[in-house]
Design a protein around this ligand. Structure first.
Ligand SMILES: [Zn+2]
Length: 415
């Protein structure tokens, strides 16, 4: 069946990006910033206006809604999910979106700060956007396509499905989360209330891509107890915790195993914090790999470095603590191959070539997968996110909407 698509995705996107929804890792509340609820309330109201009567914003800043099934078949309940917050790394206040209509190639100079230039050489994905309409900022803020492109795409797909009851689908759930950028996006997600069988986050980069793999992640903390004495009388006695910590950092591999020396399927060991005094110092690390075995190897390497350093400080002690953070969602998603197969077919039906890839990071989906809701990540079209050079094209957003609509149909067709 060929579908005559009409889109409202760009208009929606432009409406959402002007609402500041930056999250704040130092805040203990949920949502971390109250302003995220401004967007949540708007989305819930728009879903209500479409006729989704259960659409609501909950006290934690999550938006839930249901598109009722219009088929007699028994179809698994599918959820589409995006996050409402933007990165704490770059301001999201007073976003002034600009549209480069029918992009003709070359660099894009941003008008509000002409030192901010999206260079074709540094953004090779621009080469695939000739003739497309590209949305950027004015160069003074991030855009928030991560992940407001996903919100707009899910909203437009919902709108389209409701306007076209001839398109058959099972029950479809919508979930919009706060605080994804600070790693707390699913902390208060009520999966019982959501009652979905499978989910898709719409939060990926390049059009046509689907990601079913994320890093597995641990945190490691090393606490060093040195030996303190008065510096005037320390000869042969003092063992300085700061110097021990510095020696550990110095012995980390220089050509491998770090974010700046790895790519693709390689993992890393990455110091993220150091603090201390003479008597006691603490080192924080994140450990990343696609396999559990790779994680273990990196943690063993870290411990062997620490042990090697400690040999020079016989009266000092250390403690190494490993805390699991999240796991590669592929372990869960592979048990249900139809989740990815259907998404690949949906992407194909939009005219794009589907590409399966992995994420060198974590997503809400990796945590949802391990909470019992298998959840790969589909492209939203967002590029150069968390920066003032962020951009997304209208055409890619429209392809994402079409992917969502086709996906809803395919689950029904194949049920
Ligand atoms: Zn995101």
């Amino acid at each position: 069946m060929s579908i005559g698509f009409t889109h409202t995705v760009t208009e929606r996107f432009l409406r959402y990006v002007v609402i500041d929804t930056q999250s704040d890792p130092s805040s203990p509340t949920c949502p971390s910033t109250e302003k995220q609820k401004h967007l949540g309330a708007l989305l819930a109201a728009e879903l209500q206006a479409m006729g989704l009567r259960d659409a609501h914003l909950d006290p934690y800043g999550y938006v839930y809604a249901t598109i009722a099934a219009n088929t007699d078949k028994k179809v698994p309940v599918i959820c589409f999910c995006s996050h409402m917050d933007t990165s704490p790394d770059c301001t999201g206040k007073d976003v002034k979106p600009q549209i480069v209509k029918a992009y003709r190639g070359g660099d894009i100079v941003l008008p509000g700060d002409r030192t901010q230039i999206i260079r074709a050489a540094e953004h090779p994905a621009l080469a695939d956007q000739i003739g497309n309409d590209i949305v950027t900022t004015d160069g003074t803020t991030l855009l928030g396509a991560d992940n407001k492109a996903g919100l707009a795409e899910i909203m437009d797909a919902a709108h389209f499905l409701i306007q076209h009851p001839e398109i058959k689908h099972g029950t479809i759930k919508i979930l919009f989360t706060p605080d994804e950028e600070i790693g707390r996006g699913v902390d208060k997600a009520d999966l019982k209330k959501l009652a979905a069988d499978f989910a898709y986050t719409i939060d990926g980069e390049t059009a046509g891509h689907i990601e079913d793999e994320t890093f597995s992640a641990d945190g490691a903390t090393i606490t060093i107890e040195g030996v303190s004495t008065h510096p005037g009388f320390a000869k042969g006695k003092m063992e300085h915790a700061i110097k021990i910590a510095a020696a550990i950092v110095d012995r980390l591999p220089k050509d491998t195993c770090s974010p700046e020396t790895t790519e693709g399927s390689q993992g890393f060991l990455h110091p993220i914090a150091i603090s201390g005094a003479l008597e006691k110092a603490t080192l924080g690390f994140i450990v990343r790999d696609f396999t559990d075995q790779g994680l273990r190897q990196k943690e063993e390497l870290l411990e062997s470095i620490v042990r090697g350093v400690m040999q020079d400080y016989p009266r000092s002690t250390y403690r190494l603590e490993i805390k699991p953070q999240y796991r590669n969602m592929k372990q869960v998603i592979d048990r249900h191959p139809e989740i990815v197969d259907h998404a690949m077919e949906a992407i194909r039906r939009t005219g794009l070539t589907p590409v399966k890839s992995s994420i060198r990071g974590g997503t809400d989906g990796s945590r949802l997968s391990f909470m019992g809701l298998p959840c790969p990540n589909i492209f939203a079209g967002e590029h150069a996110f968390h920066s003032r050079l962020e951009w997304v094209s209208r055409q890619d957003m429209e392809k994402a909407v079409q992917t969502i609509v086709h996906l809803a149909m395919i689950w029904e067709e194949r049920a």
